[in-house]
Design a protein around this ligand. Structure first.
Ligand code: ZN
Length: 427
């Protein structure tokens, strides 16, 4: 889940939803056949997808059927994607106190329940994996593999034992912090640090994650919190959905020194498919988008909320009239964004693959993977949902990657990290 307002998610969803026809030519048939064959043979994992909280995995929003979500089980199957980490994402309260922790802890448990509903609704289509061996076993059955990550350590509160509760519910990574500082770590978002990296509690949390066998995820963490996590963790760490600063300056991305440190640590960067982290907006594009938003009444931050969308946010209560109004605005926005995109092209599959290339060049082929942030703002023309996962492989083949390298990028590296984290935990 990206850190900006839900409005930004709304806008990005619209931008990303425009489709690939204008930007991406059809992959050539030979490469596509080759990519399909590779997906048959290798394990493919996406390390970061958001879910829509209370409505997720109910008859109203059933990911076992084709939906508007970027990740549902039919799309995963169509794209040859085997496994996905669904994010138990929670936003947080401004106060770091017991009532805030309790309220958000309860929200996190609701998200775990939603993921449980999915596997219970479709036991013939998917299964929850708790170990790397589970992943391999489930993949062989042809079912989709469901994995769980917790995005934002806030719901842990001030008690590291809650990490054990999350682990028991299936969580195998925890993203320490999100768009604001929390009690564990400084976020990459705010300019001023609060803890100057990890707090004492954050350091305890890292130690507890090492003990339990939970991967420490530093996406959204400040640079200093990243360096603290690298220094503290006895096991490899990961950035579950980040890009490379060298190609796009963003507080969410890792610079080359961080990439090298991640390699030394044995960890992995999972390249995000969120356009604004892959390609910096030109001032002209930013101005055009700003103007359009103002015109459509998206004045203040969070002035409007999406009727539905990523980020695991509860849907707002809206009247049918408001719903119709939003749909109208959405349609206008979509049309006008097409014009802006034609003038100032946004990031596409090409930039996504450029970030993979760069991370491979700097950190090495053993330390790069894929973490889309689908349904949390992620998705670019050419790789806009899981049904298009084969396009990524086609692009990698085009760029000269061989099957072994593609296997590493599409999940081999992440599985190695997980196994190493388990080994350190004595599991
Ligand atoms: Zn995120």
């Amino acid at each position: 889940m990206l850190k900006q307002t839900m409005l930004a998610v709304f806008a990005l969803t619209i931008v990303a939803g425009i489709g690939i026809a204008a930007v991406q030519s059809q992959p050539d048939a030979t490469l596509l056949a080759k990519a399909k064959a590779i997906h048959e043979r290798v394990l493919t994992v996406d390390s970061h997808v958001d879910i829509l909280g209370p409505a997720y995995a109910t008859p109203a929003l059933d990911p076992g059927k084709p939906t508007d979500l970027k990740c549902d089980l039919p799309k995963m199957k169509a794209g040859g994607l085997d496994a996905v980490f669904l994010a138990v994402f929670t936003s947080q309260r401004p106060e770091w106190n017991a009532p805030g922790y309790k309220a958000v802890y309860d929200e996190a448990i609701d998200r775990f329940d939603a993921i449980d509903r999915l596997r219970k609704m479709h036991p013939e289509l998917c299964e929850l994996a708790r170990t790397p061996a589970d992943v391999e076993r489930i993949e062989k059955t042809g079912k989709r593999v469901i994995l769980v990550g917790v995005e934002n350590g806030y719901p842990m509160g001030d008690d590291v034992r809650n990490l054990g509760v999350f682990y028991d519910r299936g969580a195998r990574y925890v993203t320490l912090v999100h768009g604001s500082h929390n009690q564990l770590a400084d976020s990459s978002g705010p300019a001023e640090p609060k803890h100057n990296g990890l707090s004492e509690l954050g350091k305890k949390a890292v130690a507890e994650m090492n003990r339990l066998g939970i991967i420490v995820d530093t996406s959204h963490a400040s640079a200093k919190a990243f360096w603290d996590a690298i220094a503290m963790s006895k096991a490899p760490i990961m950035a579950s959905h980040s890009g490379c600063t060298a190609l796009a300056r963003s507080d969410r991305n890792l610079d080359d020194e961080q990439l090298k440190a991640l390699a030394k640590n044995g960890g992995v960067i999972q390249i995000v498919a969120l356009g604004s982290y892959l390609k910096e907006d030109s001032p002209e594009r930013a101005a055009a988008v700003r103007k359009l938003r103002e015109e459509l009444g998206f004045g203040g931050r969070g002035a409007r909320r999406p009727a539905a969308g990523g980020g695991g946010q509860p849907p707002a209560q809206v009247t049918p009239e408001q719903q119709a109004d939003r749909q109208k605005i959405r349609a206008v926005m979509q049309e006008r964004m097409k014009e802006i995109d034609a003038k100032f092209p946004p990031a596409t599959l090409k930039e996504f693959a450029d970030h993979i290339d760069h991370a491979v060049k700097v950190a090495g082929i053993e330390h790069v993977g894929v973490g889309t942030d689908f349904d949390g703002g992620g998705g670019v023309p050419g790789f806009n949902d899981h049904s298009e996962a084969l396009n990524v492989t086609v692009e990698l083949l085009r760029r000269g990657y061989n099957e072994d390298q593609i296997r590493k990028i599409w999940g081999g590296n992440l599985m190695r990290v997980w196994r190493e984290v388990n080994r350190v935990a004595g599991k």
